[in-house]
Design a protein around this ligand. Structure first.
Ligand SMILES: [Zn+2]
Ligand SMILES: [Zn+2]
Length: 289
């Protein structure tokens, strides 16, 4: 096995294209944190993963344009509308010449094809995904399994408590790790050992902090968590940073800035995710070549 010296192309990168939960937000009061629903670009070196296909996927697609890879992997946390709405507007799907693979882990091993074909079909939507110029391939797995891709890349997964279930992801590259934990409703006791183990030592945990603890009391059972529970999870797991994600559509910039100030008092490296924000972790170890 050969080892090469780490270089910038070996960095682990995250870019937020949509951070809003449940439904889009729009208007001047939402311009700092953004209004698109969940979509996160994760780059393991040059290898692209897309987590969730909310309306943020349209902005990512416009950014990728003709430079989009020939094969694209979209990992779904689950299939609620705020996580799939961008799919038929994804430019690489419209340009053609691509294979777009979806991966879904919350349907007992079944793939997303059935549910997606029910949503993206007349009379709810005028076009079916298989009528788009690029080809879709849908893969199912059971959350908890490790995804192994043809190029040797592996992504770990974790089942999350949410209505209809959801899947968390852990991306590791060059000795760095980023976890995507959305959508999730916390339970008691908190945090649970399996989730602490899953995010242990991560450089970043992206966490469903839709509510504050005070707001949560009236929203129990809706499938979401609080930013305070995100801090507790990261502390227990010794994670280095926390991005609060799946932001409430009624929380405007002023509200989120105040929330972020409170958040930073508990965990200085934590922040509220902003649409367009890009983070990068240079490799700490060489990659097997
Ligand atoms: Zn959601
Ligand atoms: Zn959901």
């Amino acid at each position: 096995m050969l080892w090469k010296v780490p270089e910038p192309a070996d960095a682990l990168q995250v870019r937020f294209w949509g951070v809003r939960g449940s439904v889009c937000a729009s208007g001047q009061r939402f311009s700092e944190f953004g209004g698109h629903t969940p979509c996160v670009e994760v780059r393991c070196g040059t290898r692209l993963f897309i987590v969730d296909a909310g309306t943020g996927l349209t902005a990512l697609g416009a950014h990728l344009g003709a430079e989009a890879p020939r094969e694209i992997d979209i990992l779904f946390s689950h299939l609620h509308l705020d996580h799939i709405g961008g799919l038929p507007f994804f430019k690489p799907a419209l340009l053609g010449g691509r294979i777009i693979r979806t991966h879904c882990g919350n349907l007992d091993g079944a793939c997303a094809k059935g549910p997606l074909d029910r949503v993206f079909a007349p009379p709810v939507f005028p076009v079916r995904l298989d009528q788009l110029p690029s080809r879709f391939e849908h893969h199912g797995f059971r959350a908890g399994e490790t995804l192994r891709f043809a190029d040797g890349t592996c992504v770990e997964t974790q089942p999350l408590p949410h209505p209809d279930g959801a899947t968390g992801y852990r991306f590791t590259h060059g000795g760095r790790a980023v976890c995507y934990i959305s959508d999730i409703e916390h339970g008691e006791p908190w945090p649970p050992d399996d989730l602490v183990h899953f995010v242990r030592g991560a450089d970043l945990v992206i966490y469903d902090g839709m509510f504050s603890e005070e707001e949560y009391c009236g929203c129990r059972g809706w499938g979401h968590s609080t930013w305070q529970k995100g801090v507790a999870l990261c502390r227990a797991a010794e994670a280095r940073a926390l991005a609060i994600f799946h932001l409430h559509p009624a929380h405007d910039d002023a509200c989120l800035r105040a929330q972020e100030a409170e958040l930073k008092r508990l965990m200085p490296s934590a922040f509220v995710a902003r649409e367009g924000q890009c983070l990068e972790w240079p490799a700490t170890v060489g990659q097997a070549a």
